[in-house]
Ligand binder design. Structure first.
Ligand code: NAD
Length: 355
């Protein structure tokens, strides 16, 4: 505890990965190697604050490539892995499930195998201290009845290609613990929000649409409920589980902020009205569109186990942190403008409308 670690982070150029890498290096002084294939969802500018910092290196590579993964393990010799690389957008998983099976399932197997070979080569304290943290989602548990909460005992019931691929990866991570003894930890987290979020997801999409005076498209009746956690609370939670979680166990991380989609969009409009009063009222931009197929009604997390066993708690107030997020997008046009205009990814974003 408190000791500087060498941590291999996969997917570190994505939304949560970049918040985590910045926290690990700048906040905690760890040494980090980021392995990222730089897909459309990556934005390497997110890690620009680490340019020239000897504690960080970016390795461009695919987690499905066993040679690249094994080479990185032997060169960097990490004492922990935090595995976040994934295809992460539900709407894309409906049109292109193959990419999700490849990266989320096969890629996780390759990472687990790489970690296992490396861990088996360690001895003594280094072997005891090694950890593989597999980062997953609460969507593996399917949809909840009104007022229900997911716990670590909830039954797996994935309902989209995305959540099914993440469920498979969770099972692989636990199997590598049971079968090979690899020191695995699993976290399942609720919907994240905050800075550097790719603008195909609900909150950043709504922010940029509001900024441009475009419609704010809400799926169905807007009453689908999600439990929102600020990405920095999540990053702290991942570190807490890595340092203090019990081997082989699962921890649910959530923000204790359940809101329906319409309430989220209303809160965004209120934030915009405060920050840009001359452009308001922004509520007039809300428009309802046909629902997503298989759209889960409610996700909500009971994070009691993580709170009691490892002493982590989410700290952000949702409405305040949402306003801060809007302010971040107002202040960081250079981050999102190339993505929004399709220059960065070479494609135009459609109007995906859920988280
Ligand atoms: P993201 O889409 O923003 O980032 C994913 C990153 O992984 C990108 O940088 C991408 O380039 C990289 N990547 C994709 N395929 C790769 C491959 N084959 N090899 C190497 N790198 C690859 O995702 P995110 O929202 O930051 O999510 C990170 C992790 O957290 C995912 O595992 C996701 O399932 C999980 N999660 C996300 C949320 C959320 O609300 N965003 C909630 C709970 C769990």
């Amino acid at each position: 505890k408190g000791k500087s670690r060498r941590i291999l982070v996969t997917g570190g150029c994505g939304f949560i990965g970049s918040a985590l890498v910045l926290h690990l290096v700048q906040g905690l002084g760890h040494e980090v190697a980021t392995l990222d294939a730089l897909t459309y969802a990556a934005n390497p500018i997110s890690l620009a604050p680490l340019d020239g910092d000897p504690r960080h290196r970016l390795v461009t590579g695919d987690i499905c490539d066993p040679q690249a993964v094994h080479a990185l393990f032997s060169q960097f010799r990490p004492d922990a892995v935090m595995h976040l690389a994934a295809e992460s957008h539900v709407d894309r998983s409906i049109t292109d499930p193959g990419a999700f099976i490849r990266t989320n399932v096969v890629g996780t197997q390759v990472m687990l195998d790489g970690a296992r070979t490396h861990w088996e080569s360690l001895t003594g304290e280094a072997r005891d201290a090694f950890r593989f943290l597999h980062v997953s989602t609460d969507e593996v548990y399917g949809s909840l009845p009104p007022d229900g909460f997911f716990t670590e005992e909830s039954r797996y019931d994935p309902r989209s290609p995305y959540s099914a691929s993440k469920a498979a990866s969770d099972h692989l991570a636990r199997a590598w613990h049971e079968t090979y003894g690899l020191p695995v930890l699993v976290t399942n987290c609720s919907n994240n929000y905050g800075p550097r979020h790719f603008p195909e997801k609900l909150i950043p999409l709504m922010i940029l649409n509001a900024l441009e005076g475009r419609p704010l498209p809400v799926y169905g009746d807007g009453l689908n409920e999600r439990d929102w956690i600020h990405v920095e609370d999540h990053a702290r939670g991942l570190v807490a589980v890595l340092e203090s979680g019990k081997l082989g166990e699962t921890y649910l991380l959530g923000g204790r902020s359940v809101r329906n989609n319409l309430a989220v969009v209303n809160a965004l409009c209120a934030a915009f009205d405060r920050l840009l009063p001359d452009h308001g009222p922004h509520e007039r931009l809300i428009s309802f569109v046909a629902d997503r197929p298989g759209h889960d009604r409610r996700y909500a997390i009971d994070p009691g186990k993580a709170e009691h066993e490892i002493g982590w708690v989410p700290t952000k107030n949702f409405e305040q942190a949402l306003e801060d997020t809007v302010q971040w997008y107002l202040d960081n046009e250079a981050w999102w403008r190339p993505i929004r205009e399709g220059r960065y990814t070479g494609e135009r974003l459609g109007l995906g409308v859920s988280a």
